[in-house]
Design a protein. Structure first.
Length: 181
C-alpha cells in the first residue's frame, strides 16, 4: 500500500510540475518523444451556483496531444509555436468536442471551448459550460487520448459548491457518473 501511494504521489508531482522533468530526462538520456511511459490526463471541473457554469480545465502531455491531433486530423501540429496557436486552437476545439461530453440530470450540457496554454511539458485546455440549473447527477464522457493509447488513464476531480469528488477512467472505460451532488 505504501509503495502504491508513493508511486501515485510521484506521478502527481511530476504531472503537476512540482518536480522538474528536464534534468531527469537529460540524466536518463531520453528524448522528448519517449521520456514518459505514462499515458495520463487530469481534468478539474468546478461548479458554483453563481455563475452556474462548469469550469473545466484538462491537462495533457504536449507530445501526446500533438500526436493525437495529428492522428485525428492528419495535419502537422505544434502546440508550442506561437505562430500556430490560432490553427491549433481550431484543432483542439474540434478534438475536445469529439472526446469530452457532459450530462447533468440526464440532459446534455453545451460546452464552449475557451482556449489552451502551454505549461512546461503539458498543455492545459479550458472549456466552460453554458449556465446550468442545480443538478443531482453529473455524467462525464471522456475519451481523451483513447484514439492513441490503450493504456490511457483519465483522472477527473469535480468540485460542486465546495464538495469534491474524484473519478478515474482507464481505457476503455468512457463514462463516470457522479450522483448526490
Amino acid at each position: 500500500m505504501t509503495v502504491l501511494f508513493s508511486q501515485i504521489l510521484l506521478i502527481c508531482y511530476l504531472f503537476s510540475g512540482v518536480l522538474p522533468l528536464k534534468p531527469v530526462e537529460t540524466a536518463l538520456g531520453l528524448t522528448a518523444g519517449n521520456w514518459h511511459p505514462l499515458h495520463l490526463s487530469s481534468m478539474d471541473v468546478n461548479y458554483t451556483t453563481k455563475p452556474g457554469t462548469l469550469e473545466i480545465s484538462c491537462r495533457l502531455f504536449t507530445d501526446d496531444l500533438e500526436d493525437a491531433l495529428k492522428k485525428q486530423f492528419n495535419v502537422p501540429t505544434d502546440l508550442s509555436a506561437a505562430a500556430k496557436h490560432q490553427a491549433m486552437d481550431v484543432l483542439l476545439k474540434k478534438y475536445i468536442a469529439l472526446h469530452l461530453k457532459f450530462q447533468a440530470n440526464g440532459q446534455p450540457v453545451t460546452l464552449n471551448y475557451l482556449g489552451f496554454e502551454k505549461d512546461r511539458e503539458a498543455v492545459i485546455v479550458y472549456v466552460e459550460s453554458t449556465p446550468l440549473k442545480s443538478f443531482k447527477k453529473l455524467e462525464v464522457y471522456n475519451t481523451l487520448m483513447y484514439d492513441l493509447f490503450t493504456d490511457q488513464t483519465n483522472i477527473m476531480h469535480v468540485v460542486i459548491n465546495g464538495d469534491r469528488k474524484s473519478s478515474k477512467l482507464d481505457y476503455p472505460e468512457t463514462k463516470a457518473v457522479l450522483v448526490n451532488l
